[in-house]
Design a protein around this ligand. Structure first.
Ligand SMILES: Nc1nc2c(ncn2[C@@H]2O[C@H](COP(=O)(O)OP(=O)(O)OP(=O)(O)O)[C@@H](O)[C@H]2O)c(=O)[nH]1
Ligand SMILES: [Mg+2]
Length: 575
């Protein structure tokens, strides 16, 4: 037997009902009902301020309140209290209205029996509980216990309303973790969830309890700061958040570092709708990400145009493939020891309908963000392989081709199949294809990366590590990957003749790479003086303006013809 104690408040002006109800409740064998009785709404309200009840039995015909007004009075004061209405036989409609207005059940006076009354009370308590948990789910994020998007919208509207009376400003912040995807990818989704919870806790420490922090979804949060007098107040809080977030988090017994970017929009009474305010905070967040992350930015009107431009750009990018607006240009690569052209690197350009020929830094980040890099990357691979085969067929036997793979493309499941299919379709000899990957790939999912690279290597493709020296790579672990060559980043190459330290670093990289059996390619060679230094260090190959800028396929072909006719102009020194 379960002797749960249930406190019932009976509000009823008819005193004779008290012993009746009392007796009916005492028949319960499952729970023990404790009954408190009042005969005026006012007395009930006075009591509800002081005492907690589990359920209320409410008569709707009272001397000091009639009908639903009694119900509303009780609900306002005790929104969590389950209520069973007792109705008169001739006024059941009122009881039904009461249930529509939030009472959990009703029972008709005179038709009551002990089991019926007890069942109604139990049911009301249960029903209120499930209503509350549904209401919680509708308004809160179960992971962090923070208000969700719904409740955030309600609170924002209310905050905007309040500025009418207070004269203060509202600061709306949009916050998003930087590169949170990497945490999921490296430590797993559960660790990611844990980090979101910790981040929510830290946010709470940075604001006053009356400020609303909500989770909008993913790694995106928002904060509504009320009673802001100066922009500076919001700036201070934002800076505090940026600083707090960049402290390490302990996840799986490891110190993990993450940062946060923040966009802020300020609302002064009536100057924007809530939709505009949200859009502005979001744009400011976008600007903070673009400024390098781990910082905050206030919304400025000019962001409007920038973002509109960006949106137009995304729209055009989506159409660019089918409109055939992408083109490849090819930059020569030269074997330094024999001073001869050995290959070309395929570089993507976009022939934009209005803006002309665009360099990749203008659109590659957008391709990455929108995921378009996958189909465009496939197009690049296909076009480059096809071109290479055509050139070889046309009698330029030395030409091989390098194609860049972005990290996103690399992490795509189908990569190895795509490469294999492309080689088959284009009839390209895998030996003549060099795939260039960047150091950032080596930072996460090491085992998976090695296995994909091995599969590519097994296809017979040559794999090259691009931009070496800009990331975190150490030569020590390069032997774990099947690289055939590495390309020294142009920033090192640039200072080779000006800075003895750079020269020493390049020289060390080259000899270590050679020990590992890797060929070395110097990128960004621009001056004649750089050549003897690179030759001295036994650098194998080079590319850069001194040998040729990236050329269209037609110009490239003319250049090949010149070279193979032995009347080359700028870089082939006769052996
Ligand atoms: N662990 C976990 N991850 C989530 C959840 N919801 C979304 N994500 C992931 O969170 C990431 C959010 O991505 P973005 O904010 O767009 O990207 P990001 O890697 O943080 O990069 P930036 O924000 O641009 O710096 C995505 O990879 C989602 O898969 C969640 O509830 N739990
Ligand atoms: Mg993020």
């Amino acid at each position: 037997m379960n002797n749960e104690l249930i406190k019932v408040l009976l509000l009823e002006d008819n005193q004779v009902d008290l012993p009746l109800v009392h007796e009916m409740l005492s028949e319960s064998r499952r729970e023990k009902f404790v009954l408190r009785y009042v005969d005026r709404l006012q007395h009930a309200l006075d009591l509800l301020i002081k005492e907690q009840f589990d359920v209320m039995l409410l008569d709707l015909q009272l001397p000091d309140a009639y009908g639903l007004s009694a119900l509303i009075g009780v609900q306002t004061l005790a929104p969590n209290l389950p209520i069973v209405v007792r109705s008169e036989v001739n006024d059941e409609q009122l009881a039904i209205d009461a249930v529509h207005s939030g009472a959990q059940d009703y029972i008709v006076r005179g038709e009551e029996s002990s089991p019926l009354l007890i069942k109604a009370l139990r049911y009301a308590i249960e029903r209120k509980r499930s209503e509350q948990s549904l209401a919680y789910l509708a308004h809160y994020d179960p992971l962090t216990d923070l208000p969700n998007r719904e409740l955030f919208r309600e609170r924002l509207n209310r905050a905007q309303e309040r500025t009418k009376r207070s004269g203060y400003m509202v600061a709306l912040m949009f916050l998003d973790l930087d590169h949170f995807k990497d945490i999921n990818d490296t430590l797993g989704h559960d660790a990611g969830d844990q980090l979101l919870k910790f981040a929510a806790q830290r946010l709470k420490h940075c604001v006053r309890t009356e400020d609303t922090i909500a989770r909008l979804g993913g790694d995106e949060f928002t904060i509504i700061l009320e009673q802001i007098e100066h922009k500076k107040d919001a700036a201070n809080i934002a800076q505090k958040i940026v600083d707090e977030m960049s402290q390490s988090f302990l996840l799986n017994d490891k110190d993990v570092f993450v940062t946060m970017s923040i966009g802020i929009a300020i609302y002064k009474e009536g100057d924007q709708t809530s939709e505009e305010l949200i859009k502005h905070a979001d744009m400011a967040l976008y600007a903070a990400k673009a400024k390098g992350r781990s910082n905050y930015q206030f919304f400025e009107a000019k962001m409007n145009t920038l973002i509109t431009q960006r949106m137009a750009m995304v729209k055009n990018l989506k159409l660019a493939l089918e409109r055939n607006e992408f083109v490849l240009h090819y930059q020569p690569q030269v074997d330094l020891s024999i001073n001869q052209l050995v290959g070309v690197e395929a570089l993507l350009r976009w022939q934009h309908p209005e803006m002309g020929l665009l360099q990749p830094n203008n659109f590659i980040p957008l391709l990455e963000e929108t995921g378009l890099i996958i189909p465009v990357g496939e197009w690049v691979l296909h076009t480059a392989c096809q071109q290479c085969r055509l050139w070889r067929e046309a009698g330029f036997p030395r030409v091989r081709i390098s194609v860049n793979l972005s990290a996103k493309q690399f992490r795509q499941l189908q990569l190895v199949n795509t490469v294999k299919k492309t080689l088959d379709e284009t009839g390209m000899d895998p030996e003549h294809l060099h795939l260039e990957v960047t150091e950032s790939l080596l930072l996460s999912n090491v085992a998976e990366t090695i296995s994909i690279l091995n599969e590519l290597n097994d296809l017979g493709v040559h794999i090259s590590l691009d931009d070496f020296g800009t990331g975190y790579s150490s030569l020590n672990y390069l032997h774990r990957y099947p690289f055939a060559s590495l390309k020294i980043d142009q920033s090192f190459v640039k200072s080779i003749t000006r800075n003895s330290k750079s020269a020493a670093i390049i020289s060390a990289i080259i000899s270590l790479a050679h020990n590992l059996g890797l060929k070395v390619v110097a990128e960004g060679v621009e001056y004649h003086e750089q050549l003897p230094a690179l030759l001295n260090m036994k650098c194998d190959e080079a590319q850069g303006y001194i040998f040729g800028v990236p050329l269209s396929s037609a110009t490239c072909e003319t250049m090949f013809k010149n070279i193979f006719n032995q009347n080359s102009k700028f870089y082939v020194r006769k052996p």
